[in-house]
Design a protein around this ligand. Structure first.
Ligand code: 8ID
Ligand code: ZN
Length: 354
């Protein structure tokens, strides 16, 4: 019942264009190692990280040829022989996250920082990901998808949702606080608005264009600032937050510029959560004011299994919804073009059957 070949989107070499291949091999159940599982995918989100991988612009490099993608949902159809104590079984509906596998034994794994495991495997980066119909993943790290949420709706919770959920969770804010979200109209940002609201925060959305403005306001942002129209971003953000600045900023824009004034507009004692991942930019912030204002600057990298569980649970109750356009897997190249130009409000989710 497992076909020998499938449709897959392949980046053959560093910086090359993505190719749709219709005869891409499927790893057969007998070829799975212990701990591996084969998942038949229905839908996958497209994250800006996948575009970084294709463009080869990060200091940590991907494998090639590469099947990208790390926001997939599907059914476990096989588990490697001699797998002991699998938390999932054949027939379970699971999600594929960026963190495909970790050793679970090292200091970082023991501390629940498994995404920082030195022996981690990354979906769609160091191992093939979800831009195909059958993906090999790992029983310890696939996420069970709760009932109450459809496959296509769950897909982008697995990276975008988990990532912003964790970033807000550790932003040292509480109900009633102000949070500013540069990149609010994008894939991560539009979910950050909703998780922030769910946690009782007041949201200032920063992004550009009428479509993203409408999306952000509809999702519960209280204030909107267009970063291309603003003549003084620091003054505008402070004015929007009682004159004192926000308690936290979660930056999900993929550019250094979006970080540059955060220390200036944050409230004394505020927290900057670094999430967006420009490959080469450095953080440009006043050391003096970082100290004088008591600012915390924290990097936040996807999430662990518990973060995924919590982010999915909230989404499965309908409290957070991925806003997406559905396209066939074979459209990935065009999706990347739109993403590069900043034209995608919310997310794009791909139908793996097409
Ligand atoms: O674990 C992590 N830290 C993690 C997880 C997943 C993704 C980090 N990321 C990274 C991605 O690799 C990428 O670098 O987060 C970044 C954003 O991913 P995304 O949300 O998937 O990208 P998007 O949909 O293109 O959204 C980015 C938004 O930023 C806006 C754009 O208009 C777009 O809506 N933006 C830009 I570009 N510059 C801005 C600025 N200066 C800005 N918004 C405000 N101010
Ligand atoms: Zn991602």
């Amino acid at each position: 019942i497992i076909p020998k070949t499938q449709v897959a989107a392949v980046v053959p070499a560093p910086g090359a264009a993505v190719e749709i291949r219709r005869e891409h091999p499927v790893r057969q159940p007998s070829e799975l190692a212990p701990g591996e599982c084969l998942v038949k995918l229905t839908y996958t989100g497209v994250c800006h990280t996948d575009l970084h991988a294709k463009q080869y612009d990060w200091p940590v490099k991907p494998k090639h040829p590469l099947v990208g993608g790390h926001e997939g949902v599907g059914i476990v159809v096989a588990i490697g022989e001699h797998t002991s104590q699998s938390p999932v079984k054949i027939g379970d509906r699971v999600g594929i996250k960026w963190l495909a596998d970790s050793c679970l034994q090292c200091e970082q794994c023991r501390k629940g920082l498994e995404q920082c495991c030195l022996n981690c495997k990354l979906s769609g980066y160091t191992v093939d990901g979800t831009f195909q119909q059958y993906v090999v993943s790992f029983v310890n790290h696939v996420s069970l998808i709760p009932e109450g949420i459809a496959d296509a709706d769950a897909a982008s919770v697995l990276c975008a949702g988990v990532t912003v959920y964790r970033a807000i969770k550790y932003s040292r804010t509480h109900a009633g606080d102000w949070i500013v979200l540069p990149g609010a109209g994008g894939g991560l940002g539009h979910l950050a608005i909703q998780y922030a609201r769910e946690m009782g925060l007041r949201v200032v959305a920063v992004d550009t264009g009428a479509e993203k403005k409408e999306l952000c306001m509809k999702l519960g942002a209280e204030k909107w600032i267009d970063f291309l129209e603003s003549k003084d971003l620091v003054a505008d953000i402070k004015a929007a937050t009682d004159g004192l600045g926000p308690h936290a900023a979660v930056v999900t824009a993929a550019t250094g510029a979006a970080y540059s004034q955060a220390v200036d507009y944050l409230r004394n004692g505020g927290t900057l959560m670094a999430v967006g991942l420009p490959g080469k930019a450095t953080l440009d912030a006043s050391i003096f004011f970082t100290v004088y204002k008591g600012i915390s600057i924290l990097g936040s990298y996807v999430g662990n299994r518990q973060d995924a569980y919590e982010a999915l649970e909230i989404a499965s109750r309908g409290r957070v919804k991925v806003i997406f356009k559905l396209r066939p897997l074979s459209d990935l190249k065009e999706v990347y073009e739109g993403m590069e130009k900043g034209l995608i409000a919310g997310r794009v989710v791909l139908d793996c059957s097409k």
